[in-house]
Design a protein around this ligand. Structure first.
Ligand SMILES: *Cc1c(COP(=O)(O)O)cnc(C)c1O
Length: 393
């Protein structure tokens, strides 16, 4: 087993060793991490729903009524009332014929791509798509073509040179998870139609967040009809856990029959489903206000960071990267901010391309402007060190 120590040493030597941090208490915009009270700027709980009193209450009620576990996979005896209620609710929310719940976004992506494509097909994928899309493409054994980030011309070249494949699946993140920019969906939909390809959009970070009703990137651009397969997660802005695929009923029927990551796993527990149902109720009532606060906070923070001279890459959403470059420096800056009471996680390869290590900053709707101005002060302090030291950081 010595190879394990060797491998860990190699991670360490390259500034890429990862470790877990302990968050005490419940999820909130201010938390205690590793024994220190900090402003949390590294959570995908964008609207603060993870610990909303009504969400907690509904989850507790569901446990009292339905117990804790689903006991089996959905196709055996684990398909309970709340699974069907949530699926119906998501289909309404997304304006689609049907929806299917998955145990996580990761398992949705790996299963769905493999259920729809095999070695006769090609998956055409943005280079910065989430790891679960890359893994799903690999599992499917389809030919995979990754085009440069948001490069519509490269996408068109990939489409025009792939007419020999049986099926062509274009897949893209809606909001890119490490860059915070938005896919050029109107152009992608147009190309999918012109070349008879089908289109899957991963709205993990856009669900509950983008669009007038929080329905995601399709709504934001007014092109929901053009997206064949809409995936979203329930663990980020929705504040719970799990994921969904929304689309035509025949798509959902096929997935129930064929998608291995749906079939061969235990159904989500009732309390988890109830929390998503409660979160969707709250979104319907207060979503507009919550999103307004989230966008206000994101704009305040991004403008402040740019004013301090940081490079926020192409961020146009609540995900605000600050490009650092080198992995070890990124870790050091993240530690300096932590000492100042600001928790911002550094993101390193292989999550992002080599040489593009960054801080990934995510404000929440529940942060006050005070929280964010405190954070900007800490960033200013760090920027001063970083710029004026002989030996940066
Ligand atoms: C987080 C994320 C996923 C995975 O979703 P989980 O529910 O956390 O497994 C998939 N795709 C993207 C783009 C993500 O950011």
């Amino acid at each position: 087993m010595d190879f394990i120590s060797d491998e860990l040493e190699r991670f360490k030597g390259r500034g890429l060793l990862r470790g877990l941090r302990l968050l005490e208490g419940e999820q909130s915009s201010r938390v205690r991490i590793d024994g220190r009270d900090v402003i949390l700027l590294s959570s995908n709980n964008y609207l603060g729903l993870a610990s909303h009193p009504k969400v907690k209450e509904r989850a507790i009620d569901a446990i009292k009524r339905y117990g804790c576990g689903a006991g089996a996979s959905r196709l055996i005896s684990g398909n309970m009332e709340l699974h069907e209620e949530l699926e119906k609710r998501i289909a309404e929310f997304k304006n689609t014929e049907a929806a299917l719940i998955f145990n996580s976004g990761y398992t949705a992506n790996i299963g769905v791509i493999a259920a729809l494509c095999n070695k006769c097909d090609i998956v055409i994928s943005d280079r910065l798509n989430h790891a679960s899309i890359i893994d799903g493409s690999m599992i499917s054994r389809a030919k995979t073509k990754r085009y440069p980030h948001k490069d519509i011309y490269a996408l068109e070249r990939a489409l025009s040179s792939s007419s020999d494949y049986r099926r062509r699946l274009i897949v893209t993140d809606g909001i890119f998870s490490m860059d915070g920019d938005i896919a050029p969906l109107p152009d992608i939909v147009r190309l999918a139609e012109r070349y008879s390809a089908f289109l899957m959009v991963d709205d993990a970070h856009a669900t509950g967040v983008l669009g007038e009703g929080g329905r995601g990137t399709g709504e934001y651009f007014g092109i929901e009809e053009g997206i064949d397969i809409q995936m979203g997660t329930l663990g980020k802005a929705i504040g719970g856990f799990g994921a969904y695929i929304a689309g035509e009923k025949r798509l959902i029927d096929l997935l129930i029959n064929k998608c291995r990551s749906f079939i061969y796993t235990t159904g989500l527990p009732p309390s988890v489903l109830a929390s998503s149902l409660a979160a969707l109720d709250i979104l319907e009532e207060d979503g507009h206000d919550m999103r307004r606060r989230l966008w206000r906070n994101a704009r305040y923070l991004r403008d402040g960071l740019i004013r301090l001279g940081f490079n926020t890459m192409g961020s146009e959403t609540q995900i605000i990267p600050v490009l650092i470059g080198d992995s070890a420096t990124t870790v050091k800056i993240s530690e300096m901010l932590f000492e100042e009471g600001i928790y911002v996680q550094g993101i390193r390869p292989p999550t992002v391309p080599e040489g593009s290590s960054r801080l990934r900053i995510t404000p929440m709707a529940t942060h006050s402007i005070d929280d964010l101005s405190n954070a900007l002060e800490a960033f200013e302090k760090v920027a001063r060190c970083y710029r004026f030291s002989e030996n940066p950081i």
